[in-house]
Unconditional design. Structure first.
Length: 230
């Protein structure tokens, strides 16, 4: 007996969330994205069809394969993925799920998608990003770009968010997330704490000098003479 999954016929495309690294083609004329798992091998456009990452000829998504686009139902779950070190420069995507799809508890795997909005997180310095600059890595024919502020961009060529959206086409919108609050500054040290640290440093210095004297007496007398000079 063959198990049949329940079919859905939504009146409008379902919405999902995912993260991906922004990328520019080698000549800079096109904008796209690189996924964080299997999708890293196949760059995709703003409006694109899924292809099997293993090179098989079946349609995506197949129940016997894990190919196809992937997304999560909850925006917060997708955004949490950007906390890992390797995905700090990834963008948060809101996508329209098109074509055939398989629904899971936390997300969907599907055949076609359109990226509606891409939200760039803060720069690595925690300031609000003002554009996308070369991240120093990529795939053949594609360069990965990451969110940067005007200060950290330096001499690197930076693509404005509107310009990236124009190169991506298909109605893409690129937004910038607010800066990260660094929190309250660390309070200054109190006078008793500074006195205690000074006493500790003095004790370590006395021990260090005594050790040098001992070494000078046992081995090289010049070291002891140097210590006792005025």
């Amino acid at each position: 007996m063959r198990l049949r999954l329940p079919e859905e016929r939504p009146t409008e495309p379902p919405t999902g969330y995912k993260i991906a690294h922004a990328a520019l083609s080698q000549d800079g004329s096109r904008a796209g994205f690189l996924g964080i798992s299997l999708g890293a091998a196949l760059p995709y456009g703003v409006l694109d069809d899924a292809h099997c990452a293993y090179g098989r000829r079946h349609r995506s998504p197949s129940r016997l394969c894990d190919c196809g686009f992937h997304c999560l139902h909850a925006r917060a779950e997708a955004e949490a993925l950007t906390c890992t070190a390797e995905h700090r420069g990834a963008l948060l995507l809101e996508v329209a799920v098109l074509g055939r799809y398989i629904r899971f508890e936390r997300g969907m795997r599907y055949a076609r998608q359109r990226v509606r909005t891409a939200t760039a997180g803060p720069c690595r310095c925690r300031r609000r990003a003002t554009g996308l600059a070369d991240a120093g890595r990529g795939r053949p024919g594609w360069r990965v770009v990451e969110p940067v502020c005007a200060v950290c961009a330096g001499s690197r060529a930076t693509v404005a968010f509107d310009d990236f959206a124009r190169r991506g086409g298909a109605g893409l919108k690129v937004l910038a997330a607010p800066a990260v609050d660094a929190g309250a500054p660390e309070p200054g040290r109190t006078f008793p704490e500074l006195v205690a640290e000074a006493a500790l440093l003095q004790a370590r210095l006395d021990w260090f000098q005594s050790e040098l004297v001992r070494l000078g007496d046992n081995g090289d007398p010049r070291q002891g003479d140097w210590l006792h000079k005025d």
